[in-house]
Design a protein around this ligand. Structure first.
Ligand code: NI
Length: 177
């Protein structure tokens, strides 16, 4: 296991888009090691999720999970999940705005509009097909992480930059309210 270096905005790997993982490669030691290292990195960084391009690997792999996370004190719990080659399909057109941050965009928060409900298909790390529906915060995390696979960051999804805040100001003027 290893803690990987997180790419920050401006690094081309965050913008280039990621390649699918051939299903027969999922069981390989390289991919399994990458997933283990991503999990260790996410925990070390106190992140809610991490996409492979954020650790300089242009492959379509995301992980996420929230128990009680100091970065997201009000967030509902989301099960620890590994998605390989995910597809995300909105269910209905209802959207909601809420705060997001990103390990690749350090020390900032901004309000982002996301679909409230999405259907997800992917491969799991055990090579089995996953299919599930995600709502609310879980749906938000899935959309945020899967965007990274297409070279999109949450700033691109903000309807306005008006809410963009540095973390200390976010904590002082938003969380403390
Ligand atoms: Ni992110």
């Amino acid at each position: 296991m290893a803690i990987l270096k997180v790419a920050h905005l401006g690094h081309p790997v965050l913008r280039q888009g990621a390649e699918p993982v051939p299903p027969e490669a999922i069981a390989s030691p390289q991919i399994q090691q990458l997933i283990d290292d991503m999990l260790e990195t996410m925990v070390d960084e106190d992140g809610a999720g991490l996409a492979a391009p954020q650790v300089h690997v242009a492959k379509r792999i995301v992980i996420y999970g929230v128990e009680s996370n100091p970065r997201y004190p009000d967030a509902e719990a989301v099960p620890l999940t590994v998605l390989i080659n995910p597809t995300v399909t909105p269910v209905g057109d209802e959207q909601a705005e809420d705060w997001e941050g990103c390990l690749s965009v350090p020390d900032l928060r901004g309000k982002v509009s996301r679909f409230v409900r999405v259907d997800v298909t992917a491969w799991g790390r055990d090579g089995r097909q996953l299919r599930f529906r995600a709502d609310d915060f879980h749906a938000r995390v899935v959309q945020h992480e899967c965007d990274h696979l297409d070279g999109v960051v949450y700033l691109d999804r903000m309807r306005s930059m008006e809410t963009l805040s540095f973390l200390p100001e976010f904590q002082r003027y938003v969380l403390a309210k």
